[in-house]
Design a protein around this ligand. Structure first.
Ligand SMILES: [Zn+2]
Length: 77
């Protein structure tokens, strides 16, 4: 039986094993807000699908309301 000439170094072993990893598939960036979402699904952050708004989400509503409050505070100063 063939026997390895040298023991594989820690570095060589670790370099080889950097490719042995699990990868999450089917995740894409939302075209509207850039959030990481499942492919072919409505974005839970902004409610967009394929560039069109199809859902009114609580998170999107909260984001729309918050920017409106900030300029009001700036005016009072
Ligand atoms: Zn989105």
């Amino acid at each position: 039986m063939a026997v390895p000439f040298r023991r594989t170094s820690k570095t060589k072993k670790r370099m080889r094993r950097t490719h042995q990893k699990l990868e999450v598939e089917g995740l894409v960036a939302c075209k509207n807000c850039g959030a990481t979402i499942k492919a072919h699904n409505i974005c839970p952050e902004c409610g967009y699908y394929d560039g069109k708004k199809v859902l009114e989400t609580k998170k999107a509503k909260a984001k729309e309301e918050k920017p409106a409050e900030k300029p009001a505070k700036a005016k009072s100063k």
